[in-house]
Design a protein around this ligand. Structure first.
Ligand code: FAD
Length: 323
């Protein structure tokens, strides 16, 4: 049964987020000869439209309005509903990003449909779209099906592989205008203060180097950056390290922090509490360094080094310098 699938494309720091392409790859698994459309807000850049088309979008709805250059929940919600109205999708897919976590429930409520959040896999079984999502902090997985006529789900970044671009494809750009209601205009963004972050975005990184309370101090934690630089990795932290003020909370990985699924996760001085594991257990390869051989992190690690991290860290950095 062919379907019309609508995919939200997100731009960040002047480029389309990888998750936009991952969600297009998910859409291709279920479209079954139907049509895939992307939605782009606040920019009409042709290179974005082309990139979305090369990754599977047949058309790209572009809502270019000065109000949409900054994220405001109700303005984005209303603009998105306008696109839904135009395209009449059977399925809506979005990346499970901070913006979407805020906006998607409001859109689902307005459309009077259910929302399946934070899914990590999508497949067709007996003509039904089946989503897999982790539960109990990643200890178990549940398969979910929507019985609504419009299926709406969010997909965790870094889980569904983005496909190679097909440069022979080009998509149809459809500019849309919309007029926000007075209600949506109650909130205005006056300024956006971004935390200065060193290097790579944690939630999209292919390699993450994380430190815990075992890093002992802020100065100790800083040593992680040298290893991260050599690996081209993002730096993460346990809540233990954040509570001890070694690292900023924006780096926290776990149940109440960021969920990461890199190819390689290196945990140094992290015990492996269930709340931390919830944010990183789907990493493809996990390496743990801990001086306690009984530390729970070793139960999920693919490679473990039992030792003092302050001895191990310089050796790792030296080895990488040679590469
Ligand atoms: P610790 O548990 O203190 O472990 C430090 C580890 O470092 C130990 O295993 C120790 O052996 C090792 N170590 C010490 N010195 C060295 C050394 N020199 N060399 C090598 N190893 C060394 N935690 C998160 O991380 N993320 C979350 O999102 C999160 N959410 C939470 C939500 C709730 C509701 C609650 C109750 C807790 C949450 N926590 C979260 C906290 C979590 O339960 C743990 O307390 C926390 O993860 C512990 O951090 P840690 O492993 O760095 O510290």
């Amino acid at each position: 049964m062919s379907r019309k699938v609508l995919v939200f494309a997100e731009e960040k720091n002047g480029k389309l987020r990888n998750v936009s392409f991952e969600v297009l790859a998910a859409a291709k698994k279920i479209v079954d000869g139907g049509e895939i459309a992307s939605v782009l807000f606040g920019t009409d850049a042709d290179e974005y439209v082309q990139a979305l088309a090369e990754h599977g979008a047949d058309k790209v709805f572009v809502v270019q309005d000065s109000l949409l250059t900054q994220y405001v929940t109700d303005v984005y919600k209303e603009a998105f509903l306008e696109v839904v109205n135009q395209f009449q999708p059977d399925v809506i897919l979005m990346g499970h990003t901070s913006i979407v976590r805020d906006m998607a429930p409001k859109i689902a409520a307005a459309l009077q449909v259910g929302l399946i959040t934070d899914t990590i896999a999508i497949e067709m079984i007996d003509e039904k779209i089946v989503f897999t999502r982790p539960i109990y902090a990643g200890k178990a997985f549940v398969k979910k099906v929507s019985n609504d006529s419009l299926v709406f789900a969010t997909i965790r970044p870094n889980n569904i592989a983005m496909e190679d671009a097909d440069s022979s494809r080009s998509g149809l750009k459809i500019p849309l205008s919309f007029t926000p209601s007075n209600n949506a205009l109650r909130v205005k963004v006056r300024d956006v203060l971004r935390k200065a972050s060193k290097g790579i975005d944690l939630s999209e990184a292919k390699i993450v180097v994380s430190g815990g309370r075992g890093m002992k101090s802020k100065e100790g934690f800083e040593k992680l950056y040298e290893l991260a630089d050599h690996l081209g990795a993002a730096v993460g932290a346990s809540r233990g390290a954040c509570d001890a003020e070694y690292a900023d909370y924006s780096l926290q990985v776990g149940q109440t922090g960021k969920v990461v699924t890199p190819d390689l996760y290196i945990a140094l001085g992290i015990s492996g509490a269930i709340q931390h594991v919830a944010g990183m257990s789907n990493s493809k390869v996990i390496v743990a360094v801990n001086k306690d051989p009984e530390a729970p992190i070793f139960q999920i690690a693919d490679y473990g080094i039992v030792g003092d991290l302050f001895d191990v860290l310089p050796i790792l950095v030296d080895e990488l310098k040679v590469l």
